[in-house]
Ligand binder design. Sequence first.
Ligand code: M6R
Length: 614
Amino acid sequence: MCGIIGYLGKKQSTPLLIEGLHRLEYRGYDSAGIAVVNAEGIHITKTKGRVDDLEAESSKSIIKSTIGIGHTRWATHGIPNKINAHPHLSADGSIALVHNGIIENYAQIKEGLLKKGVIFKSQTDTEVLANLIATIQKEQKISTFAAVQAALALVRGAYAIAVLNNEDTDTLVVAKKSSPLAIGIGENEFIVGSDATPIVAHTQQVIYINDDEVVELHRDGTYNIVSLLGTKVSPEVLKIDIDLDKLEKGGYAHFMLKEISEQPEVIRNTMRGRLSLDQSTVMLGGIIDYEQRILRAPKLTIVACGTSWNAGLLGKYIIEELAGIPVEVEYASEFRYRKSPLNENDVILAISQSGETADTLAAVELANKHKALTLGLVNNVGSSIARATCAGVYTHAGPEISVASTKAFSAQVTALTLMAFRFAQQLGTIQKSELQKLYQQFAQLPSWVEETLETKKKAQDISKYIAGQKIVLFLGRNKCYPVALEGALKLKEISYIASEGYPAGEMKHGPIALVNKGTPVFVIIPTETELKDKIISSIQEIKARGAYVIAIGDGKDKEINKSIDELLQIPSVPDLFLPVVATTPLQFIAYYSALTLGNDVDKPRNLAKSVTVE
Ligand code: M6R
C-alpha cells in the first residue's frame, strides 16, 4: 500500500507531485506529504488525511523547486498522524525519504542508531531508513546513491523508496524490493511513481526496475542503475498505453459507479481477439506456449485474495464443469505459508487486478522456486505478478481506481470462462456443436450486463432499507455461491455493515441463527431448474424466521415471486453466464448503501486498493 512519487526536471515540482498523489491516493489515504529541495535545502509539507488537505496546506506558501518526492500513506508502523506522515527527514536534516513497504528489521537498526545518538520523532520504520542512509553517508563520506546501496544491503523487508539530499538539487535516488516502482522518462525529466498513473500525463516511456536495484537520476536526463551486488543494469524502456480519460471520473459521482457502468465495454475488451464466432474458437495467445503442460497437469491451483479469490472460485466451478480439470482455489496468504507439496508438474494461476498484491506475488515466487508453471490473470500490464509469472492472460479492464473492485471482477470471470472454453475445446470435453452454441451465448454477455445496469434505480431504493441494518446475508448455490460472497464483500467493505455470503445449503448449519424479523437476505436465483427447488426451500426456511428476502433473478418463477419481498430483475441468462450478470445489482446495492450512510465510497476506511504489504 502507500503511493510514492518523485520528480526531477524543469517543471515546478509541488503542483506536479500533488497531481500525481491524487492519482495514487487509491493506494492509501491516512496522510500525505511532499518534500522539495532548492538552494535553501529541503522543505517538507505534510498533513494527516487526504491529498486535498495537503494541497490546501502547500498552497499557503509556494516553494520554488524542480525536484521533489511525495507520499500518500496507508499506515503500518505508527498511527495515522502528521508526525508519522512521509516524507521522513533524517535527524541531521540531510536526507528526506518516502517509502512504500515494510522494513522488517527496523527495530534492530534503530537500536544501533540510537546508540550513535540519533534522535527519532516518529514511530515509523521509514524514519529509521532515512537515518541509516544519512549516518552511512556521513560516516563514509560517499554519495547519496552509494549510501542508499550500502543501507539497503543491511535492510530486510519490502520497499520502494525515493530519496533526496538537502545539498543536491540535481539528483534523485530511487530503489525497490517487492514493492512496485515505475520510472517515467520524459524530455530531460523523470517522474517516478508506484504505478504509471502519475506518469502518463507526462510521458509514455517507462522503465520498471527489478528488485534489489538502485537508480540515480540526474538533471541532465541521464541515469545510472546498479543492482545491490554492484552490477550495472541496462533496463528495457517500455511504451505504456493508458487512456488518461480512464483515470478521471468522467462525469460520474464516484469511480465505483463509473467502473460498474463500464462493465459491458470491459467484458467486450476481455473477449476481443480471443473469442471468434466466425471460426467457433477461443484462442488465448498469452498461454499458448504452455498449453500442453497445462492440459497435462493433474490439477490447476488458483491463488488470489479478496474479490480476485471470489473470481477464482467461480473459475473453479466453470473450468471443472466445462473442461473437467480439477481446480483448487487458495487464499494466497495461506498458500504461501502452507507446506503444500509443489513440483514441476503443478500449474499455479495467480489472479490479481493490481498485479502487486504482496501475498499473491509471494505465492507465485514460491511456486517458481519449486519449478511449477506459474500463470497470471492480471489487469495491470507490466505489474510485478505479470512479470513474475511464466505466462498469462491480461484482463484488459483498464485502470480500476475505486478500492471496491467491480469491473476487474467481471473481466476476471470473463477471462476464466475463456480459459475454460479453450481447455474444453482442446481436450474435447464438450462436443463442437455444443461449444458453438455456448460461444454464441457467451458473446451476448456484454449486452446482458448492459441490460442489468437498469437495476440501478431499484437497487438505490432497496439500499435505503439496507443502510439501516446491522447484518445482511447473501445466499447462492453452485456458481451463484461465489456471487453471494462477492455481494457480501462489496457491501461490508464500503458500507461497514456486517455481511456474510453463504452457500444456501449451509444456512441450516449455523448462519440461520442470525436471521431475525426483517433481516435482509439476498438470494441469487438460478435460471435453470436443477437447483431451483433447493433455493425455494431455502427461501421458505428463512422467510419462516422473518427474513426480508430480496431475490436477484429473472422473475419468471411464480412460486419464488410469491415468497420474496423484493426482486432485482435481471435478464434470463443461462446459469453458466449468470454470475457476472447477477453480481452487477449487488455492486449497486453496496454503492448506494454506502452513499446513503455518507461513507467515502471510493476510499473506504482502513482499506487501500493495492495490498502491497503482508
Ligand atoms: O489487486 P488484487 O486483485 O490482487 O487485489 C486483491 C484484493 O485486495 C481486492 O480484490 C480487494 O478485496 C478489493 N478491495 C475488493 O473489492
